[in-house]
Write a protein that binds this ligand. Sequence first.
Ligand SMILES: C[S@@+](CC[C@H](N)C(=O)[O-])C[C@H]1O[C@@H](n2cnc3c(N)ncnc32)[C@H](O)[C@@H]1O
Length: 247
Amino acid sequence: MVRQRSTNTADVREVALAGLDLAAARRVLDLGCGFGFLAEALAPRLPATTRVLGVDVWASNREPFLSRLACRHRTGAFECLEVQRQVPWPRRSFDLVTCSYSLYFFPDIIPEVARVLSPEGIFLVITHSEHSFRGLFHAAGLDAEGSRLRALLGHFSAENGEQKLAAWFEDVRRVDYKNELRFERAHLDELLAYVRFKVPLLFPGARADGPVPPAQAEHVRATLSRRGTVIIEKDDAIFHCRRPRCP
Ligand SMILES: C[S@@+](CC[C@H](N)C(=O)[O-])C[C@H]1O[C@@H](n2cnc3c(N)ncnc32)[C@H](O)[C@@H]1O
């Protein structure tokens, strides 16, 4: 659905991977792997014997992550782990480490990524702009300032990511991915589904599978009906980091 409503028709993961030579990436770590969407895009570009280790705080992501890799004929493993400041692997354990829309949950892990990455390795990060989702807050009648989503994006964003990474990597290259989601009146159900997907980040204390509170759902309906279009900003940045600064 996000792809269908995006004004940028390029797949952000394909853009992130374009031009990367992954022929030497035999040990891959995907932190905050989720359902394995990045691993799926990555797999065909990896040597056939490469092993991809997915790490996520939700054990329920094991099956979808491993299935997506298997569909692409790559082997993998999954570890259920809450990433914070440290990871349990020795120095230089991986040739490629990825964080796709996850580093803002655990930005303090960057020095550890530099430690576990091989000297010729690559750290690939995809993240949002801090200015993303303003239209989503507006449509739902919520104040973006002080929200959990805004605070989260500020932890590691398109705006501050380069500086945070440059402290631990000698070579940091940034690729901008401009995008917005456009919902017309006919897309009301999709817009409500999108708001529901973001519920835990919009409403403090909301359950991950919880419904959109009725007042906000009504606000979304009324806004779309009145304005005809709801636009949600979704600009991202991709960082390719090389030459880890590791003592
Ligand atoms: C927005 S999703 C991105 C998933 C996937 N990387 C992708 O691109 O589709 C963020 C993922 O990070 C995971 N996550 C959040 N905090 C985490 C933590 N402290 N340790 C490990 N995983 C975490 C979530 O469970 C979720 O699967």
